[in-house]
Design a protein around this ligand. Sequence first.
Ligand code: ATP
Ligand code: MG
Length: 719
Amino acid sequence: SDHPTGDLLAGLNDRQRAAVTAGGGPILVLAGPGSGKTRVLTRRIAYLINEMNIPARSIMAVTFTNKAAGEMRNRLKSLAGDRMRAVQIGTFHATCARILRIEHDSTPYGKDFVIYDTDDQLNAIGQAMSELNIDTRKFNPRAVLGAISSAKNELILPSGYVGQDYFGEIVSRVYPRYQAILLDSNAMDFDDLLVQMVLALHHSPVLQEKYQRKFAWVLVDEFQDTNTVQYQLVSLFGAPQNNIFVVGDEDQSIYAFRGADYRNVARFRQDYPDASVILLEQNYRSTQVVLDVANAVISRNKHRTPKALFTDKAGGELITLHEAYDDEYEARYVMEEIDDLRRRGYHYSDMAVMYRTNPQSRALERACVDEGIPYTLVGGVGFYKRREIRDMLAYLRVVQNPDDRVSFARIINTPKRGIGKKSLESFQYWAADAEMSYGEALIKLLEGADNPLGARAAKLFRDFAEQLFAWRSLTEASTLVDLFDTISSDVGYNLYLHEISDNDLEAADRMDNLSELRGLLVQADEDEINLPEFLIDQALMTDADTKLTGEDRITLMTLHAAKGLEYPVVFITGLEDGLLPHFRSFDEPDGVEEERRLLYVGITRAMERLYLTYAFKRTTWSGSQAQERSSFLYDIPEDMTAGLPSGLNTDRSYQSYKQMTTWGNTRAAQDTERRNATSGLDRLRRDLQRGSATSNSGNKAVNSKIIPFPGSEPQPPAE
Ligand code: ATP
Ligand code: MG
């Protein structure tokens, strides 16, 4: 192309181009799913560098996951070459962690701070509650932690926390204690990364000026899911020039449980009245049918601005609704369809199966194994939750930061070295009394200081301290892998692994995990990443960051993790009341609206084909239960669906009843009876109210195909 910016602006429509090439100042791109927001944001970064000669190092781009950051970096490399290396791309957490490590002097934390994950946090909460004599059976530590986290997301510090009720009063006592434990451990939790960054910027005008000058250009993807503290960060980094470019879609705000507030979009317009607002209206991802279904669902939400979205992909496959007998048949149905689609030309990697809650993956995984379908499970029983991984990471963390109390307590007697609970407690009391950190206490022991530990325990702690300081000296001289191997052999971890495994298979599995971790260390050595950097990287990994291999596999993921992604074929399973919408949302103001947005996000991931499935019966925490199909399904007009119509189907119960009795499954038949007795009337009433029984009648797409039960083949839609 003879146009100098040809490549960068190719494949953009006029509005998109306007957004990419806009000058400085606040800019808000508001647009629905698949309209190219992420594409525009990425191109704009390249444009700033290549065309506006903005130094890459003065650009900060915020993505929602580490994985998205990685993809953006790759994309940028192909657009702007190596020049883009210096762009700061990452999540809010990763970005703040990186800056705080450099600027730790502006915080109460030391250079080698570690990052606590949920398990570590719960440990610290437990410790705080026990110190305060608060019964953890009466007050759920998770709930207390949740309240503290919400407070932090609202920038409420321990001193400013006011409990509104009895539970709140408990929280107001635990919060300061918890925070003190973290500080003593030189540890921040996830929320602290953001809060400490805001505080540091507030307290130090010098620091503030430095970073405002440094990051003169700030860009944020998925802006609708920012919370209060993140919004603060955007304004702080963006000032005073306010070259702030944010893209988002209020309808896709799905992280309220982490304090995200789509009203930040409105707030942005208020705070920056001169902001340019750019609307994108063409969807490049999905067929018209998928968009219509998505729109039918989301338009029921009251608190939203209606948006016009159009696509060139007129028509498209009708979506498929499917009722399965139970969660296992649902999973089997999905895998059979996947098999079928693959034979018709789709790759496994074109297909994703989504669900509302993590435990739903169990039946799906099982079916993948049974049907021989390769899959990647995003999140789930995370690698980083595995005991052996946590143990070895805890060792590395204590090597880096001996003050880390939670990791210290985890490894001090793992594998066993004779330091029991009692000995650890006297060590803890001693350190607390003398106002020493754990690291200082260990040094005192090595120096032979007086202590209340008793001769035997003191010797064991001294032995440990000697080992620990030997490992610490390794961090300077040798590679991370050497350090890992040394620790592992010094403590006899492999032997221990076999001791804690029930059988050889489990032991082999654990060994595999350790090799994987070792591989990460090899990689880090190659990339010249040091221990603190490595530990921060690992701590920032979230459920959505599961490493996707290049292999041809289907993806299993929660709806939350699916944000921003797209697949030719999408299955959304478990469309049942109580699951989607989730029963917990019933108590929250706007809870059901948030659930509807979640379904909307799922639907709009689909490019060509969409399946919505639900089960008549599902195994839940309270056993196997009859389910009501999701009330959201009633919002979908029947002329968009193949398979079971979403409206009233009088035949349905009778036919399934008959089929089930034929197979001798009397238990299931009884369930049907019971369900019809208790809920049939309600459903009838609801259907009549909605009028869905009569609307769209006469449409050919509707057919009364009865779900394939055991033995029966899926049938093509009746003509
Ligand atoms: P979401 O809200 O789901 O995050 P988004 O608005 O960020 O969606 P993108 O992911 O940037 O949308 O784009 C959706 C798809 O459309 C991508 O495959 C992208 O490459 C493609 N796309 C975007 N703009 C255009 C365009 N002008 N021409 C062709 N394809 C485009
Ligand atoms: Mg996007």
